[in-house]
Design a protein around this ligand. Structure first.
Ligand SMILES: Cc1cc2nc3c(=O)[nH]c(=O)nc-3n(C[C@H](O)[C@H](O)[C@H](O)COP(=O)(O)OP(=O)(O)OC[C@H]3O[C@@H](n4cnc5c(N)ncnc54)[C@H](O)[C@@H]3O)c2cc1C
Length: 378
């Protein structure tokens, strides 16, 4: 058993950390305040090879897996969770899906453009009536000559406004039980009939784009089907296992940022003639935060490693997301507490971490959905 990061994992960590320190952290608060999508940062991340991390080398990527993705995403999210979620969706829900389930032709068509950031990926599963109950999607795919016509509304789509390519789940057979007649389609944002609906005003991740995507008779050629017709929901669930590693990595990134900010503040701020970290109540909060961060990271790395070995890791991915997201939220609450009134203001980053942390318990399967998945796999 080996707990140290290998040399290449250390390289990914160091280059992601250097990029995050230089190009993300200094701008994160401003982008959050302005709700400005970080176009330049995403392009710079692409130039650094981060968008192509999970794209096979033959298509211009680094050909790396979930563990490398987890290590990179922790670093990016420790600096800016809005950039973090954009890249998490791109690598873990779009690139990995195509690399695992796409035909060689479909891979050749899109993976090189995803690797360079010419196209940023989005994942369109959720609909107004289909959140946790994702199998109840209603977006309809009608058979037409040479392909399918898609009509429906997808909600809460990360990078909905600025993406170039979307994975869209639509019903190709409505005469079977929910989940059995769904197909995954690759849909270009520029296709006729695709438009952006409501733009969400969010509590956190304010610099990321979250919108409705409206599909109005969008023609999608047969060649753009991922996997087999009517087998899309299986692909969705398999892909979400990997996506949960991404969101769990986001949680450990935000958690680590909370811990680092709290250690610094508690050593500098004095009350009753001594720094805050000399009070046992404060130092115990820091001890719990650090211990739970390590535990979360170990669960995340185990789940990522299992998936990289080609093993089914549904339970372990859900455990990692469940634990990491809850620990992150607890850390964010404690970080604001340690900062006192200062933590309640925008002068300190923990205010943003507190807002950003909240979503990690909701998307890609809310906390209780992870518990359902885990309990079914015991
Ligand atoms: C910022 C943001 C970005 C997102 N990005 C994307 C994206 O890129 N692509 C995409 O497809 N979707 C995306 N989503 C959607 C997200 O995945 C859903 O919000 C999530 O799955 C929960 O669905 P819901 O919001 O409809 O909540 P609901 O399903 O209505 O659930 C509400 C609450 O009820 C609980 N609940 C529901 N069913 C059960 C049950 N059986 N047992 C116990 N408790 C239950 C849930 O745990 C939750 O706490 C995003 C959402 C947000 C907020």
């Amino acid at each position: 058993m080996e707990f140290d990061l290998s040399e290449d994992l250390e390289m990914i960590r160091d280059s992601a950390r250097e990029f995050a320190d230089r190009s993300l952290r200094p701008h994160a608060a401003r982008r959050d305040a302005e709700e400005k999508f970080p176009t330049e940062a995403i392009q710079e991340a692409a130039e650094n090879g981060f968008l192509g991390l999970t794209v096979p080398e033959e298509f211009g990527g680094a050909g790396l897996g979930n563990l490398h993705g987890a290590v990179m995403l922790e670093e990016l999210n420790a600096a800016d969770a809005s950039v973090g979620v954009t890249i998490s969706v791109h690598i873990s829900l779009v690139c990995s899906l195509l690399a695992k389930h796409g035909t060689p032709e479909l891979q050749a068509k899109y993976l090189p453009r995803l690797a360079t950031g010419e196209m940023v990926g989005a994942y369109c599963l959720t609909e107004p009536q289909a959140g946790s109950d994702a199998a109840s999607v209603r977006t309809a795919a009608k058979r037409v000559d040479g392909g399918w016509e898609l009509t429906g509304t997808k909600s809460w789509i990360t990078t909905g406004e600025t993406c170039g390519l979307m994975v869209v789940y639509a019903v190709t057979d409505s005469n079977v039980k929910p989940g059995s007649g769904i197909t995954a389609f690759m849909v270009e944002r520029s296709y006729d009939g695709v438009s952006v609906g409501k733009k969400e005003e969010k509590l956190g991740l304010r610099a990321s784009s979250t919108t409705e995507i409206i599909l109005d008779g969008v023609f999608v050629p047969d060649e753009n089907i991922v996997g087999e017709v009517n087998r899309g929901f299986k692909i969705a669930l398999d892909t979400l296992d990997g996506g949960r590693i991404g969101i769990a990595s986001q949680a450990i990134g935000i958690h680590r940022a909370c811990l680092e900010a709290s250690i610094k503040y508690a050593s500098e701020r004095e009350q009753f003639g001594k720094p805050l970290d000399r009070f046992q109540a404060v130092s115990f909060m820091l001890a719990d935060m650090a211990t739970e961060l390590d535990a979360a990271r170990l669960l995340v790395h185990r789940a990522a490693w299992l998936r990289d070995q080609g093993k089914v890791a549904t339970k372990e991915c859900s455990m990692a997301k469940l634990f990491a997201s809850r620990a992150c939220n607890k850390a964010a609450i404690d970080a604001v507490q340690i900062h006192g009134g200062a933590g309640y203001t925008k002068e300190f980053d923990v205010e943003r971490y507190y807002r950003d942390a909240r979503i990690t318990e909701i998307y890609e399967g809310a906390t209780d959905i992870q518990r359902i998945v885990i309990s079914r796999n015991l």
